[in-house]
Design a protein around this ligand. Sequence first.
Ligand SMILES: *Cc1c(COP(=O)(O)O)cnc(C)c1O
Length: 414
Amino acid sequence: MAEAMSREALAARDASDPLAHLRAHFALPEGVIYLDGNSLGPLMVGVRERVRQVVEREWGEGLIRSWNNADWIGLAQRVGGKIAPLIGAAADEVIVADSTSINLFKLLVAALRLRPGRRVILSERGNFPTDLYVAEGMARLRDSECQLRSVERTAIEAALDQSVAVLMLTEVDYRTGERHDVARLTQLAHDAGALVLWDLSHSVGALPIDLTRAHADLAVGCGYKYLNGGPGAPAFLFVARRWHAEIEPVITGWMGHVRPFAFDTSFAPAPGLARLLSGTPPVIALSALDAALDGFEGVTMRAVREKSVALSELFIALVEAQCSEFGFTLASPRVSEHRGSQVSFRHVNGYPIMQALVERGVIGDFRAPDIMRFGFAPLYLRFVDVWDSASALRDVVASGVWREARFARVATVT
Ligand SMILES: *Cc1c(COP(=O)(O)O)cnc(C)c1O
């Protein structure tokens, strides 16, 4: 084991890594090891070129003609179709629009309407805050008569009763990286007569997902994490085809109209998922995401997952071997099947230690109260990066440099 973990052995492993060539698609800054792709994916070379082309040619020269000539109007569907194979969906079951938060709202309202007589949105207490906030806000809407029930992770199954309209969960926990069994929970929800809404923000682009096989109903996910679509990239939503005829949009904007350019005076939904579009799409951001998704072409999610597990296991082994006396405890599940693509360690001084590590060029992040997160995105990370990160972490704690006052200052975004 010790030998297999030497830096030389890991460099050899990089040389034979079947995904190694993909790193060249990323415009990573010199001297940085980026372990935060689970929060904001890095810039890709193709994205930079595409954004320039969209701004200068399509917008600058094409002007309004580009809605047709560059098919800006079809981007939401086209980009959705590129995400579909990453989540085990058909091209017409995925569309890109708005933010994850707004898509959650749209799909929660739709789910409640598909389950008349049931009022409960069931979720877990540790779910990503925006998911819970959106459900809370819905419950406060006049006449919505819905209610959020959030329970501990271990109590989800028992809470699935006849009052539950929709079970809303995030596949991979944003703090610990713990992963739910999508197929099993979907089955349990269906057995109780409820629909399921999966948030794939921390899994899409990092783990194999098969919504069709899981028989999932609804899903949402982020465009700017492992999909590398850029800060604030639009999000996606998935609706299984069996619901397409029945699903009702709550934000009945003109882009969801069957004939937006007929300018009818009342709303009539477009066929299929287009009815869940609301307003004019963010063309520049959508184009960036479109170009980023080309990075997944010819790459199997199985290969991505294999490397993600290998990188994560290596990091855990190295940190535990080199930093054990410094008070780190693994917050992520030890068994890789139960983990997403991130490794989290708890440490009472996690915040300043992470700031000191970032100053050394190893970028991870921190979630209160004590979680240090390290994301392992297999498209651009090397095995030697994992070695260098663990060794930088050891230096930071062994030298005590993190105790310097400037590392304790908490920024707005952590
Ligand atoms: C990142 C993330 C979001 C982000 O929501 P936005 O509305 O796009 O900001 C939502 N849910 C989960 C689980 C996330 O990890």
